[in-house]
Design a protein around this ligand. Structure first.
Ligand SMILES: Cc1ncc(COP(=O)(O)O)c(C=O)c1O
Length: 385
């Protein structure tokens, strides 16, 4: 029996590493092409178009990516968007006018900027709290329409108590969205912890090669998914077909990449703690991390592949480290095969909860000893200045 011959598509019970390769990967019904075709057509012949009609509504390449994302995130339905921000904006748009949105005070700066803008326009009431502080979250949920969590916050790598926060939000009648970009479904599937919607910037680990912009939502409730599809169709900022195809290619290696990246991140975190030019390492895999026990309970198989360090001294010393690395690319974003680092406070929109001297490190797939040597040499240079 081949995949697709039973009700679950033949995928029930398979390991995520297998799902990443096989979900949404059926040979083309048209000609048997074994690898997913890149469907560029925006129109379909009416006499045999079936459910496909016009490219702004749906596309077979998007649908393959949606199939594999839903399988990995353990949800009934995924919806692909033009970017992670487009996906987040679609969920926030489902909040009634004036509805309360509770989000992390140190969440991804784009999310915070969007909420601030909508708050000032009186479209929503945005309440920012420390989501690692369960009492602060539960105390803000009363009357809320939406709780926005990040599985690991960007860039401080703090972690909410998923069960407690989700239960409190549901008791208050709020929907819960979890941005799972940092943890990835390799280590965490928030729908299985009770979340209603999972959001991804596919631009990061799923794409994995820093060459596409894309986002996605995975919904527990198919009716909500339909509403979000409608938002995508009528909002009109739909995903590009090529980007979607590239993400389909990227997602096949998600498991193997992320596991290697996490192992290297853990090694580097352990070494950097010892370096005299590093004042503090933020990594949930370290016993010193304030939510280490929670992270160990909630994450399976690794603690993520991003770590942040506070460079001893201040912003100049931190910038000097960025300028001195040879392998680590001084660039924004994360989740690519290449290692990158960046001082996040260089952006005026970054939260002032983030120290000026903090560098966010996205660990790639290079040999960890090469990465360590390059970083230590840059830090040694900074320390001797
Ligand atoms: C955690 C997180 N969520 C969402 C986004 C937004 O994604 P995109 O840049 O694909 O719109 C980012 C981007 O950095 C991010 O780090």
């Amino acid at each position: 029996m081949g995949l697709g011959d039973d009700d679950s598509g033949g995928l029930a019970g398979l390991d995520p590493a297998t799902l990443a390769v096989h979900a949404g990967a059926e040979p083309s019904a048209l000609d048997g092409a074994a690898m997913p075709p890149l469907v560029l057509s925006t129109i379909y012949e009416n006499s045999r178009a079936g459910e496909h009609n016009y490219g702004r509504e749906r596309n077979a390449t998007w649908e393959r990516l949606e199939t594999v994302l839903a399988a990995l995130e353990r949800g009934p339905r995924a919806v692909v968007f033009a970017s992670g921000m487009a996906a987040i904006a679609a969920v926030v748009d489902a909040v009634p006018v004036g509805g309360r949105v509770v989000a992390a005070h140190n969440s991804y700066s784009g999310t915070r900027q969007l909420l601030r803008r909508l708050h000032h326009a009186e479209r929503v009431e945005a309440v920012l709290v420390d989501i690692a502080d369960t009492e602060a979250v539960t105390g803000s949920c009363d009357g809320a329409a939406l709780l926005c969590l990040e599985s690991l916050t960007n860039p401080m790598l703090t972690m909410p108590d998923l069960r407690a926060c989700i239960d409190a939000a549901h008791d208050a009648g709020a929907m819960v969205m979890v941005d799972n970009t940092f943890a990835t479904p390799v280590t965490l599937t928030p729908l299985t912890w009770g979340a209603d919607v999972v959001v991804h910037s596919l631009t990061k680990y799923v794409g994995g090669h820093s060459d596409l912009l894309l986002g996605a939502l995975v919904c527990r409730d198919p009716a909500l998914a339909e509403r979000l599809v409608e938002h995508r169709t009528l909002g009109g900022a739909v995903p590009g077909q090529l980007e979607t195809w590239l993400a389909l290619r990227g997602i096949r290696t998600l498991d193997v990449r992320v596991r290697r990246q996490m192992a290297s991140a853990a090694t580097l975190a352990g070494r950097l703690v010892e370096h005299p030019a590093v004042a503090r390492v933020h990594y949930p895999g370290l016993a010193s991390h304030p939510q280490h026990a929670r992270a160990a309970r909630q994450l399976e198989g690794g603690f993520g592949a991003v770590l942040s360090i506070e460079v001893a001294g201040g912003r100049e010393e931190a910038e000097a480290v960025c300028a001195a690395t040879r392998l680590w690319l001084h660039a924004t974003s994360l989740g690519g095969v290449e290692s990158t680092l960046e001082r996040r406070r260089r952006y005026p929109a970054e939260s002032d909860a983030v120290p000026e001297s903090l560098l966010r490190l996205s660990v790639g797939i290079e040999a960890v000893e090469d990465l360590a040597a390059d970083l230590v040499s840059a830090l040694d240079g900074g320390a001797s200045r």
